[in-house]
Design a protein around this ligand. Structure first.
Ligand SMILES: NC(=O)c1ccc[n+]([C@@H]2O[C@H](COP(=O)([O-])OP(=O)(O)OC[C@H]3O[C@@H](n4cnc5c(N)ncnc54)[C@H](O)[C@@H]3O)[C@@H](O)[C@H]2O)c1
Length: 444
């Protein structure tokens, strides 16, 4: 199939590459000329596991190409994916859907033949009806609109696009369903994915409800960490015991500094506002509480660092390992790791940040903080080490606790992601502080 992907950011670039991998001919349409240039050179404009490999495989053959020319894509493709951004409005009152409205409007005014427009951007209920009005008014006959929300996990974007657990399609005609079945045919043929065909409002609510539930689960275990801290209990055992129940499960049950990134904060914020606006008062109160817990995590993490130091952070030399909002991506949008580093910096600490993939992105976003280009420089002479992003080189490499121990002044680790096995660090002589858990120290 000839496919276009309009908007080639964190969702669109992996999606375009994955569509080429599925065997389609693909054109990615990207407004930002620099992003477009980098992608057309066969590399990702940011780090996402497996993306560079697919771009290097499919761009040189011409199966996948990138352009800023929407007219060319409008004339050429049978199916157009929309993957443009839907940021939170500055006043917090839902999404700013300008990018989506503008791209649908520009595309439909250029179309001259039947095709399918498949929206993947996250929108709240009511948006697709508004877009359908534009399609009906501007597009020629035979142009269908489908809403196909995306559930991928950043850091696993390529893998999750090629091997999704579900495909949701909000649509209103057999022709639109046929197009979805055709574009995802190689995935559906595996028979290991659930295709949910529904109406557009249900697809919109399903996506918002999924992200709100993930946020709720994260805030729930973080609230339990608060309880455990007060009574001296161990939240990791509580989380493990809870997750054994299949109705609860272990996913998302790691206490930490809260959810971040380009999706969960804005999606939860937009949905919270929208359900309140719709008059769903109980849903609104529930989601407000979820957001409240998330906002409290910076205070909890800062307090843990101060307890571990035995003093305020002012003047302390702190190594901050990690800046991206989670491991596997260089995305620093709304990153709790970078926010915590900023808090420590602003409180007078000499915080030095290192991230294996996002140091440059963090430098661009927050140039006034101090960065190191390798872990050893960040660790050199540190009074305390804060593990802020759960990269495997910090958490899984069994030699890291010993090598890190040689560089620091004090072997004190504050793991605000509950990501390390404290035993390995304690065995290497470290004191380990984690949220909602008693401190672990080597025996004297
Ligand atoms: N990032 C994720 O993991 C993820 C997962 C699921 C859903 N989503 C949703 O996907 C959407 C995109 O998110 P993102 O993280 O990729 O955002 P992003 O900001 O990284 O990417 C959006 C891209 O669209 C481009 N763009 C904007 N208007 C355009 C136009 N008219 N023509 C061509 N390009 C245009 C921008 O330049 C940008 O590169 C959002 O609605 C988001 O909520 C994202």
């Amino acid at each position: 199939m000839r496919v276009s992907v309009i908007g080639c950011g964190h969702l669109g670039a992996p999606h375009a590459a994955a569509m080429a991998e599925l065997g389609h001919e693909v054109v990615g349409v990207e407004l930002n000329p620099e992003t477009c240039r980098v992608l057309q050179s066969g590399r990702g404009a940011f780090y996402e596991k497996g993306l560079d490999e697919l771009l290097a495989k499919h761009v040189p053959t011409g199966r996948l190409r990138f352009t800023s020319d929407l007219a060319e894509a409008a004339e050429w493709a049978d199916l157009h994916f929309l993957a443009v951004g839907t940021p939170l409005r500055e006043d917090g009152r839902g999404y700013d859907v300008d990018q989506v409205v503008r791209s649908v409007s520009s595309l439909t005014s250029l179309l001259k033949r039947p095709c399918t427009i498949v929206g993947k951007s996250t929108v709240t209920v009511g948006t697709v009806a508004r877009l359908q009005e534009i399609v009906s008014a501007q597009a020629p006959d035979g142009v269908e609109l489908v809403w196909n929300p995306e559930f991928l996990r950043e850091g696993h974007a390529v893998e999750d696009t090629l091997y999704p657990d579900r495909i949701v399609a909000g649509l209103t005609s057999p022709g639109a369903q046929k197009a979805i079945e055709e574009v995802y045919a190689p995935i559906l043929a595996r028979n290991d994915v659930t295709l949910i065909v529904t109406d557009p409002p249900t697809a919109e609510v399903l996506k918002s409800a999924a992200n709100a539930f993930l946020a709720t689960k994260i805030s729930y275990i973080n609230a339990m960490a608060e309880v455990c801290e007060i009574v001296g209990a161990d939240v990791s055992t509580v989380a493990y015991g809870l997750g054994i129940d299949p109705r609860i499960g272990h996913g998302g049950m790691r206490p930490g500094i809260g959810y971040g990134g380009g999706c969960l904060p804005k999606d939860t914020g937009a949905f919270t506002w929208r359900v309140g606006d719709l008059g769903a008062t109980h849903a609104h109160a529930l989601l407000q509480a979820v957001e409240g817990v998330n906002h409290s995590r910076m205070d909890a993490a800062t307090a843990l660092v101060e307890r571990a130091l035995g003093s305020p952070v002012d003047g302390a030399r702190i190594a901050v390992l990690g800046a991206s909002f989670k491991a596997g991506t260089s995305d620093v949008r709304n990153s709790p790791a970078l926010r915590l580093a900023g808090r420590l910096h602003d409180a007078g600490a000499r915080a030095v940040i290192y991230d294996p993939e996002s140091t440059d992105a963090a430098r661009n976003l927050r140039p006034r903080y101090t960065y190191a280009d390798d872990a050893a420089t960040a660790l050199e002479g540190a009074d305390i080490v804060v593990l802020a992003t759960e990269w495997p080189q910090f958490t899984k490499d069994t030699k890291f606790p010993s090598s890190a121990g040689e560089a620091v002044r004090c072997k004190v680790l504050v793991d605000v992601r509950s990501a390390v096995d404290p035993e390995a660090w304690v065995a290497a002589g470290w004191e380990v502080w984690q949220l909602g858990r008693p401190v672990q120290r080597p025996e004297k």
